[in-house]
Design a binder for this molecule. Structure first.
Ligand code: HEC
Length: 117
């Protein structure tokens, strides 16, 4: 009996914590720099897209905005077929944080920010 109540309480608390976090994150207000880390692009491309974790990951900080946008969208739509691109697609589209993948508008903000670096 006690265990059952505890379980209900735990699930309830976890749910509330999750919605509190969801409420605190307003993606529409985020700029390119914040979105770059929110979508975990930093995990592979490194700070400012200039410090990739592996030589298989390209440096993207300072590239032309339209080129970043086009290339990232192609990868995320699955239109490129290198193994590296598949890696990026699966990491971004099925993010560990269970967030929705970046929208085209968000990629545009990220690209605009990266192009200024
Ligand atoms: C799991 C690691 C990983 C994550 C996370 C990741 N990328 Fe990538 N990204 C790669 C790899 C690897 C490539 C190279 C793909 C290829 O060679 O076909 C790449 C390529 C790119 C390119 C094309 C660069 C070029 O010159 O060809 C862009 C633009 C890009 N990523 C942007 C992003 C953005 C924006 C995010 C976040 C939404 C992101 N990436 C998240 C690994 C990652």
């Amino acid at each position: 009996m006690f265990k059952q109540r505890l379980l209900v309480f735990t699930v309830g608390a976890a749910f509330m914590a999750a919605s509190a976090v969801a409420g605190a994150v307003d993606r529409a207000q985020m700029g390119g720099e914040q979105l770059f880390s929110f979508h975990a692009c930093t995990n592979c491309h490194g700070a400012e897209g200039k410090n990739p974790v592996s030589r298989l990951v390209p440096k993207i900080g300072g590239m032309d905005a339209a080129e970043i946008h086009d290339k990232a969208m192609k990868i995320l739509r699955g239109e490129t077929d290198s193994e590296e691109a598949k890696l990026m697609k699966s990491a971004v589209a099925y993010s560990q944080a269970c967030d929705a993948p970046p929208s085209a508008a968000e990629i545009e903000k990220i690209a605009a920010w990266l192009s200024t670096l």
